[in-house]
Write a protein that binds this ligand. Structure first.
Ligand code: BG6
Length: 496
């Protein structure tokens, strides 16, 4: 096991993410034998807990472990690695001294050395404060050891705030030790986009403007904002999903081949891709981007109230819960190819997929037998989640007279590749950080460039330069989104 001994410190450990994702992910690593022999986890938050109370909260009373797991000796053993330190203000000298003293004791007891991963899972306003306090006490560069910093999303609110945040934390930690997490990069199928493209000989020659008609990425969710209205209303679909997760997926679909599968090469290519996005600003916003909010309706999960009636959302909110957009990538590979992204809450299905639509053959010689032949789409459908896998659609001859053509599917399911469970994003990402590999984390400058792409769109909305429409919860979104395809041959959203 190549993971060095260390202590993982989670700031904001009494919060939802720690309970829902982080502790279960660390447990997965423990169960899988990935954690080093010398390891401990220290939760830190404002709430007053003893170690025992913390273990109860995140393990034994947590709905994210099954009753069966809770009976197992393995989980009990794991829980003995969890500790808790309450902090009053996070940046107070007294607090950080307490934290440091605790880390000294734990590192002795567990023989971890002074190796620390600090995970920020707090409200974003503390993202500069905590690293500053760690630096003031020397914990950013512990003697004889190392320190890494993991920062949860949102990384900034726009380009200016992301820049400021980068400057702040880079003054306390070197860029190489900063891990900006985007859990979409931990998804196996998002990583598999790179393998599909670059481990096979036959996709890449077709992967360009000469053969591809359009590319679309859909990330549909059935859930509404639930009880997250307070957070979500200050964010909206563009900031919550597109600026980070979906632009990362796009980068995997569209970037140039990296020279190696390492952090420098892959993150360098992604940066170039983000820099080639053609800006959408001013009048083009209304032409290329549709924003909408859900109204009350019936979804798969039952009846939902309208977004404006959701808990924590103002009655006159103009925050979008749905975005559909068309855009272009100005480089040699993609010149002229329209790209589409759409995401929304309260849609009919939970599904994330990428659809590559290829151009038709130059002549439709079978058209005289059946006009269906004219509509035969060659599509590659990459299902990110659920039903992880890939499907290829192409035309085959219908048995019988003439040359009638029918679209067929060739399907591959990720689950056929292995009997193991597909690992959870957070487990994979945490493990990479423990190993010191930032390949699947976002680089500081590329986060800024991604904001630079979405900022002018949000600005135009704030100025009221593009309308906000609505869609009924449980439907595929507003009709306006279809019009984005009006000049694309064989175009249209694929509703799975
Ligand atoms: C989070 C967003 O980052 O991603 C949520 O804040 C969204 O609003 C979630 O629901 C989607 O993640 P996943 O992995 O369920 O597709």
């Amino acid at each position: 096991n190549s993971v060095p001994s260390h202590i993982l410190i989670i700031f904001g450990a009494s919060g939802d993410l720690a309970q829902r994702k982080l502790i279960p992910a660390v447990y997965d690593l423990y169960r899988g034998g990935y954690l080093p022999e010398h390891f401990a986890l220290l939760g830190a938050s404002r709430t007053d807990y003893t170690d025992e109370q913390f273990r109860d909260k995140v393990v034994f009373d947590s709905e994210f472990f099954t009753a069966e797991q809770k009976e197992q000796a393995q989980l009990k053993e794991f829980s003995k690695l969890l500790f808790y330190q309450d902090l009053k203000v996070y940046d107070g000298k007294e607090d950080i001294d307490k934290l440091k003293a605790r880390l000294d004791v734990l590192s002795q007891e567990f023989r971890t050395g002074s190796n620390y991963i600090f995970y920020l899972s707090t409200p974003p306003k503390l993202y500069s404060t905590i690293p500053g306090a760690l630096a003031a006490s020397g914990l950013n560069a512990p003697e004889g050891g190392w320190a890494r910093l993991v920062v949860e999303k949102p990384f900034g609110y726009d380009e200016a705030s992301a820049k400021k945040l980068n400057e702040d934390i880079q003054s306390f930690f070197p860029e190489n030790d900063i891990y900006r997490i985007d859990h979409y990069l931990g998804k196996e199928t998002v990583q598999n986009l790179l393998v599909t493209r670059f481990a096979n000989g036959f996709f890449e020659p077709l992967w360009n403007r000469n053969y591809i008609q359009s590319v679309q990425i859909t990330a549909a969710e059935t859930v509404g904002v639930g009880s997250r209205g307070g957070y979500y209303d200050g964010s909206g679909a563009m900031r919550d999903m597109i600026q980070n997760h979906l632009l990362q997926v796009l980068a995997h679909v569209a970037m140039e081949p990296p020279i190696r599968a390492d952090a420098v090469s892959i993150r360098g290519e992604k940066m170039k891709l983000f820099q080639s996005l053609r800006p959408i600003k001013g009048e083009t916003v209304a032409k290329q981007v549709v924003r909408a909010q859900y109204t009350a309706g019936d979804t798969k999960d039952g009846r939902v109230v309208s977004y404006r009636d959701a808990e924590g959302v103002p009655d006159d909110s103009t925050t979008e819960t749905y975005v559909a957009m068309k855009f272009f990538i100005d480089n040699w590979r993609w010149a002229g190819v329209p790209f589409f992204i759409r995401t929304g809450k309260c849609l009919p299905l939970k599904v994330t997929e990428v659809v590559i639509t290829f151009k038709n053959p130059p002549q439709a010689i079978f058209a005289e037998f059946d006009d269906y032949a004219m509509k035969c789409d060659n599509q590659l459908i990459i299902r990110i989640q659920p039903d992880e896998g890939m499907a290829m659609e192409f035309g085959m001859k219908v048995p019988g007279e003439g040359f009638r053509v029918k679209n067929v599917d060739m399907d591959f399911f990720y689950r056929d590749l292995t009997t193991q469970d597909v690992p959870e994003s957070y487990s994979r990402l945490l493990l990479d950080c423990m190993k010191g590999d930032p390949t699947l984390y976002a680089r500081g400058d590329s986060v800024e460039v991604a904001w630079a792409f979405t900022d002018p769109i949000i600005e135009a909305w704030e100025k009221g330069e593009a309308p906000l429409t609505t869609y009924e919860a449980g439907t595929w979104g507003p009709a306006e989104a279809d019009a984005l395809w009006s000049d694309v041959p064989n175009g249209g959203w694929r509703n799975p």
